[in-house]
Design a protein around this ligand. Structure first.
Ligand SMILES: O=C(O)CCC(=O)C(=O)O
Ligand SMILES: [Fe+2]
Length: 257
């Protein structure tokens, strides 16, 4: 597909400090632990085992009854204000790509390779990810490494646009082509006059809100990285959610109200 103009919504990348109170972080940590359980210690064959669960699966398994309780934690916050500012008054949360993660070194988790989140809901679907660390990250536990510049590296974005089908989706068989190694991205960043990438150093209670156009990956730079629990929440406009449903996209959405 081609995208011209590239996008109707201005790119978004915000670091919001101290926007969730300790009580909220405690509730989310409890939900994370409940959803993911305590993983067994490192042993042969556990490398890269999944330590993540979608909100859809949490509901299916009965860990959470209805996302209303989760929504309530974000109601009236600066986070909700940014969601509406960017996506409009009617928004929906993606149940199938809102995810709890437990990045626990004893389980030798696989760091997320570099990617644009556009690979999830489409290259041209305006989408905000809200990345919520549930403990302090960036120094002793891995945060993320983010790119400040949307569509950087430009030819990688362009290539992903070319791979996408008529609905902007990256075909299942080609997902590997839109995930990039840390070494190659670092090498490209070093060629720029000013590095476009940065490690997120955040305290629990801070979040980053960024859209589908910013490349990022799990922070690689830490030696002896500690455990990190996190939540990522993906939000689109209600209009986009209905459009995706109409074109047969399997992702599940629920209006945020
Ligand atoms: O938690 C991570 O390390 C990666 C998560 C990610 O890629 C995202 O939230 O979009
Ligand atoms: Fe991502």
């Amino acid at each position: 597909m081609s995208l011209d103009p590239p996008h109707a919504v201005p790119p978004t990348l915000r670091v919001l400090e101290n926007v969730l109170p300790p009580q909220t972080i405690e509730i989310l940590n409890g939900l994370n632990a409940w959803a993911l359980g305590d993983r067994p210690a490192q042993s042969a064959g556990l490398a890269g085992r999944k330590s993540e669960k979608t909100l859809r699966d949490m509901i299916a398994e009965g860990t959470i009854g209805h996302p209303r309780g989760l929504f309530a934690l974000f109601k009236g916050t600066e986070i909700e204000a940014v969601w509406h500012e960017v996506l409009g008054p009617d928004i929906a949360l993606c149940l199938s790509s809102t995810i709890m993660r437990d990045f626990n070194p004893v389980n030798r988790p696989t760091p997320a390779r570099w990617h644009y989140d556009a690979f999830l809901l489409g290259m041209s679907t305006p989408m905000l990810n809200t990345w919520v660390p549930l403990n302090d990250v960036g120094v002793t536990a891995p945060g993320m490494t983010m790119c400040r510049i949307p569509h950087w590296p430009h030819d990688y974005w362009q290539r992903a646009v070319e791979i996408a089908d008529e609905n902007g989706m990256i075909p299942a068989t080609r997902q590997e082509e839109v995930k990039y190694s840390n070494d190659e991205i670092l090498a490209l960043a070093e060629k720029e006059p000013e590095s476009p990438i940065f490690d997120t150093v955040l305290n629990a209670g801070d979040v980053i809100v960024f859209d589908h156009q910013h490349i990022h990956g799990t922070q690689h730079s830490l030696v002896n990285a500690g455990r990190r629990r996190s939540l990522e929440i993906r939000v689109v406009s209600l209009k986009s959610a209905l459009h995706l449903r109409d074109v047969g996209n399997p992702h599940m959405f629920i209006p945020f109200e």
